[in-house]
Design a protein around this ligand. Structure first.
Ligand SMILES: [Zn+2]
Ligand SMILES: [Zn+2]
Length: 420
């Protein structure tokens, strides 16, 4: 029986991998300009990391994790999000004892057992940044501007920034009591998960995707109206910093994000070019997480951005990322002598950085040229006994059809001069 890829996974085929390269190059350049360094952590971690780091009452931990026992009897989980592993690594290697703020980024596969839909897969990739060691809202603004700059560099238009503050443990404690009061008369109408959340963490109810729960919490009191003076001045400074950079935003008091560890700033970048599910980037501040994972008290802020959703957006906007990589030259040949000459010439040119292709199918010259055309070679040349003896051949520009006579031992120079 034919084996197919599991549901919710996607093969990146050769005709689209160039798009990934373009996006990854843009990410690298961007993080370089903003002063962020890459961190790579393993694909799997101890399950407990996510239970503590993401929060036991979240949808991610309760419903969506790929968790299994390994052969040593340990509970292992495939990374469902990028932040907790980075914090685990920061604590384990005492990165917080080096120069602060520590500014990190990653592009990494993540795994969530969710209902697959357009741009939302079970095995997906996330670009994220995490900054540790500074409380200043200017850093929240920097992180937001970095995400927006990625969209700008890739030519993505029509994205909008929405910000909110979900306060600190102090103001949230009071707010949780308010929420409990609000939900109490509606307890019977909430879903089972939310009834548990009511006891453990009522704020999480505001994250439920069930319509019946949404109908209730839509009129719940808003946290932003109930934050403490410290959280309020932090939020005001974030707004001033965004204003100073000329970044427009709207304030949306309903953004609570899906993970437990957020404090103060939360934000989403939304787009109309992605279908019904509009969020293309989400993040915020998580001042409690480092200590929660056995590190020191340390403020932090970051975001995650789904690469597949970004690519879907680029497709929907018909953004041209420059096309597939094509060979600089296809070298055809006639006869045995030319065959061996080409064998050597191909390696010589490749060593000089020229992308070369040749025949391996014993095709006729006509069929070789047809193939060269199919793979999009920019130039072609055909070598036989005469050309090898003369040391010269006609190089054909496949776009214009022009033929230029070149010395065979100067082919490498020809292509390096094209690049200048
Ligand atoms: Zn507060
Ligand atoms: Zn619910």
């Amino acid at each position: 029986m034919e084996i197919k890829a599991p549901r919710g996974t996607h093969d990146v085929l050769p005709q689209e991998s160039y798009k990934w390269h373009k996006v990854e190059e843009a990410v690298k350049g961007l993080c370089h300009d903003f002063g962020y360094q890459e961190i790579r952590t393993p694909v799997f971690e101890h399950t407990e990391l996510f239970e503590r780091g993401v929060g036991e009452t979240t949808d991610v931990v309760q419903k969506e994790m790929y968790t299994f026992m390994d052969k040593g009897g340990r509970s292992i989980t495939l990374r469902p999000e990028g932040t907790s592993p980075v914090v685990r690594s920061l604590v384990e290697h005492s990165l917080y004892a080096q120069a602060l703020p520590a500014k990190l980024y990653y592009v990494t596969p993540c795994f969530r057992y969710e209902k697959p839909q357009a741009g939302r897969l079970r095995a997906f990739h996330q670009f994220g940044v995490e900054v540790f060691g500074a409380e200043d809202a200017a850093l929240d603004a920097e992180v937001i501007s970095l995400a927006l700059e990625l969209f700008r560099r890739l030519g993505v238009t029509g994205v909008e920034l929405e910000i909110n503050s979900i306060g600190c443990p102090t103001c949230r404690k009071a707010y949780n009591e308010k929420l409990k009061e609000f939900f109490k008369p509606h307890l019977g109408e909430l879903c089972e998960t939310c009834r548990q959340r009511y006891e453990k963490n009522p704020l999480r109810i505001l994250d439920c995707k069930q319509q019946s729960c949404k109908d209730i919490y839509n009129s719940a009191p808003i946290l932003l109206d109930n934050i403490c003076p410290d959280c309020e001045s932090h939020f005001n400074r974030l707004r001033s910093c965004l204003d100073a950079m000329g970044i427009p935003y709207t304030i949306d008091g309903t953004i609570v994000r899906g993970l437990d560890y957020y404090t103060k700033t939360v934000f989403e970048i939304v787009s109309k070019n992605i279908g019904a599910q509009g969020t293309v980037c989400g993040g915020g501040r998580y001042n409690g997480l480092v200590a929660e994972l056995s590190g020191p008290e340390m403020p932090a802020v970051g975001f995650g951005l789904g690469i597949e959703r970004l690519l879907l957006m680029l497709d929907n906007l018909n953004i041209d990322l420059g096309g597939q990589d094509v060979p600089d030259i296809y070298i055809g040949h006639i006869g045995e002598k030319a065959d061996m000459f080409v064998q050597n010439l191909v390696l010589k040119l490749r060593r000089e950085g020229v992308a070369v292709e040749r025949d391996y199918m014993n095709r006729s010259v006509k069929a070789q040229m047809k193939y060269a055309n199919k793979i999009g070679a920019r130039y072609t040349v055909v070598l036989g006994d005469n050309e090898i003896e003369a040391g010269k051949a006609g190089l054909k520009n496949m776009e214009t059809g022009d033929v230029t006579e070149v010395n065979l031992d100067a082919l490498g120079n020809f292509f390096s001069s094209l690049e200048e």
